[in-house]
Design a protein around this ligand. Structure first.
Ligand SMILES: Nc1ncnc2c1ncn2[C@@H]1O[C@H](COP(=O)(O)OP(=O)(O)OP(=O)(O)O)[C@@H](O)[C@H]1O
Length: 338
């Protein structure tokens, strides 16, 4: 992925520590640097242009600066070596600061939407304690098997390769009781000992929050980008700051924020109601040097279709909510395409 190469080059030039956001849109590179004091902008911009001058994918560079307060790091940053998942071009994590904001719904619908755009896509349910992908994709009570090389064969549905801890549990009601190293071992196996084949995108549905699982995964697996899902309420936004800080701390580029349950369209009048407030997610994104990838309305159809095991993008592709998912998928493909 071009952004990854660019980040590596910036790292070699000693610039990656300032990067708050980075996007390659077509051949235009947009970088947001966080600086602690004014006066260094010109030097940083020049160094950036110099470092990237031989990158064929980058024709135009736009550098923006935001002032950052000096805060003690929220997470320690040990030395780690990140492993790449073989055959996967873009590994994208979908995370959230809080539970219940629709992270798994967004992950599943974006995966299906990317597949509809013609990409080869996998969906890995890494939400070990609350796997919802089997329900969302109508794969409850399904089992997985291994191939001759002992690699797990993912299931296939709606054009996706799918894997979830739910496929290994004896029943839906069986809790996962693994902790610490056991859990990490299972997760690592779920990524690396799987016959994914060649994938353009592997979407990783992370558990909510910023616990050990997310941090360890982020430190050990080469991820190409993260998407953060939030709802517009203040309580959700407060936690999204922590998720943003975590991805930044482990230097995973944040592709943007998806605002879920952003508004409700009255079926009778067609009027939009911003039930949880308008503009707060956008404000958050610009404060944190990232962008809103899209806003998904509240639509009872989403919950109904999810419970039936058909993502809304598949069952109601003409609905406003499905179109919102498709437009975000398109944006992701623009940002990440090689
Ligand atoms: N845009 C939407 N409109 C209506 N209902 C939605 C929407 N997005 C999600 N939901 C519903 O909200 C509930 C929570 O969604 P989901 O399970 O995807 O959240 P989550 O953040 O992954 O939760 P968890 O923290 O448990 O992993 C589900 O019932 C889902 O169908």
């Amino acid at each position: 992925m071009a952004v990854k190469e660019i980040m590596d080059t910036l790292r070699d030039a000693g610039l990656s520590q300032f990067v708050k956001d980075i996007k390659l849109i077509g051949s235009t590179l947009e970088i947001v640097y966080g600086i602690k004091e004014k006066g260094v902008e010109r030097e940083l911009e020049e160094k950036t242009r110099q470092a990237l001058k031989d990158m064929p994918d980058v024709k135009d560079i736009k550098v923006r600066f935001v002032e950052v307060r000096e805060e003690p790091p929220a997470f320690s940053q040990p030395m780690f070596v990140r492993r790449k998942v073989e055959g996967v071009r873009n590994l994208i994590a979908v995370g959230s600061g809080k539970g219940g904001v629709g992270k798994s719904t967004v992950a599943a619908n974006l995966a299906v939407a990317l597949a509809k755009l013609g990409y080869k896509v996998g969906l890995l349910d890494a939400d070990m304690y609350g796997p919802s992908v089997p329900t969302l994709l109508g794969l409850k009570n399904q089992r997985v098997y291994v191939d001759e090389n002992n690699r797990i064969i993912p299931l296939e549905k709606y054009g996706l390769k799918v894997l979830s801890i739910g496929f290994l549990l004896p029943s839906e009601d069986t809790p996962v009781i693994w902790r610490g190293p056991m859990l990490m071992k299972a997760l690592t196996q779920f990524l690396f000992d799987v016959n994914w084949g060649e994938l353009d995108y592997l979407i990783l549905d992370l558990p909510p929050g910023t616990g050990d699982v997310q941090l360890t995964l982020a430190q050990n697996v080469q991820m190409d980008g993260a998407i953060i899902v939030t709802t517009p309420q203040d309580v959700a936004l407060a936690d999204v700051r922590k998720a943003t800080a975590m991805f930044r701390e482990v230097q995973i580029p944040i592709l943007g924020v998806v605002e879920n349950m952003a508004y409700f369209v009255c079926p009778e009048s067609g009027n939009k109601y911003y039930i949880f407030g308008k503009g707060k997610v956008m404000e958050f994104a610009s404060q944190y040097g990232t962008k809103v990838l899209g806003s998904i309305p509240i639509d009872p159809q989403v919950a109904e279709d999810s419970d039936k095991g058909t993502p809304v993008v598949e069952s109601h592709p003409e609905s406003e909510v499905a179109k919102a998912f498709l437009s975000i998928a398109k944006l992701i493909s623009d940002i990440t395409r090689r």
